[in-house]
Design a protein around this ligand. Structure first.
Ligand code: 5RP
Length: 261
């Protein structure tokens, strides 16, 4: 029930809803992964049903693909779409330059490919995801299963020379077994606490043999829609240097009333 939604979930919902309004008829849209992105996909599904909006969606995970199909959104592969007008996705952290940590849901490899193949990437997040300096959230790094422990050792050695506070990497688990990504790989979560130079770290990590992709998104995100639990949303555009404020709960209207089930 809607009354059960936490303030964070309400914040995610309003951010997702605001971003879904950016999608225009005929667009090819990258569909992110995670709980915030799922709200956006649901809203897009509503727009398809109610307005006859025509979009081609490129999902960033099997989870999102399944949800989009269930909602009647046309799903195509990135190769079929070629290039995208817009990608909307969540994030685990973002800083003032809209550098991101992503991959909390283990989908950052496809997410980075899809976002990079888009004219615009819009991140949707609750306000708690904003940080001064990235790194409190463990940085996900996708590695191939072969020799993953050697890869972890090499990563930890590389981290010794980086501007970070921690260097330990933990294999992400799914119960008793290692977590497996859509690409059949594993994830190392790096507990760094602080990432002083995200651009440098992103480059260094991807030089380590066995690393497929790290969860740092540098110069990829163009806009962030920040949601608050009371329905306020803030839209920041890093290229234009603009900030728009919006209020999605107005005049006593309960924006969350149609969120049941
Ligand atoms: C998945 C991601 C997600 O976008 C990120 O983890 C945020 O998730 P949520 O919206 O559930 O907080 O990067 O790989």
């Amino acid at each position: 029930m809607t009354g059960d939604l936490s303030p964070i979930d309400k914040a995610k919902y309003v951010a997702a809803r605001r971003a879904a309004e950016m999608v225009q008829d005929g667009m090819r849209v990258g569909l992110g992964t995670g709980s915030t992105a799922a709200w956006m996909v649901r809203r897009l599904g509503e727009r398809v049903q109610e307005e006859g909006l025509r979009v081609k969606g490129v999902p960033t995970s099997t989870r999102t693909a399944q949800l989009a199909r269930e909602l009647g959104i046309e799903v195509v592969s990135l190769d079929q779409a070629g290039w995208l007008d817009l990608t909307i996705d969540g994030a685990d952290e973002f800083d003032g330059e809209l550098n991101l940590i992503k991959g909390g849901g283990g989908a950052h490899l496809q997410e980075k490919i899809v976002a990079t193949a888009s004219d615009q990437m819009v991140v949707i997040a609750d306000a708690g995801k904003e940080v001064e300096t990235l790194g409190a959230f463990p940085l996900p790094v996708e590695v191939i299963p072969f020799g993953w422990q050697t890869t972890r050792t090499l990563i930890e050695e590389a981290l010794d020379t980086m501007d970070v506070l921690g260097t330990s990497g933990a294999l992400r688990m799914n119960g008793e077994a290692p977590f497996v990504t859509d690409e059949g790989n594993h994830i190392l979560d790096l507990h760094l606490q602080r990432i002083g130079n995200p651009r440098q770290l992103a480059l260094v990590l991807n030089q380590v043999p066995g690393v497929v992709e790290n969860g740092l998104f540098i110069d990829i995100c163009d806009k962030v829609v920040i949601g608050h639990g009371d329905g306020r949303v803030e839209l920041r555009d890093i290229n234009e240097g603009t900030i728009e404020l919006d209020q999605l709960v107005e005049g006593g209207e309960n924006l969350f009333s149609d969120l049941a089930d």
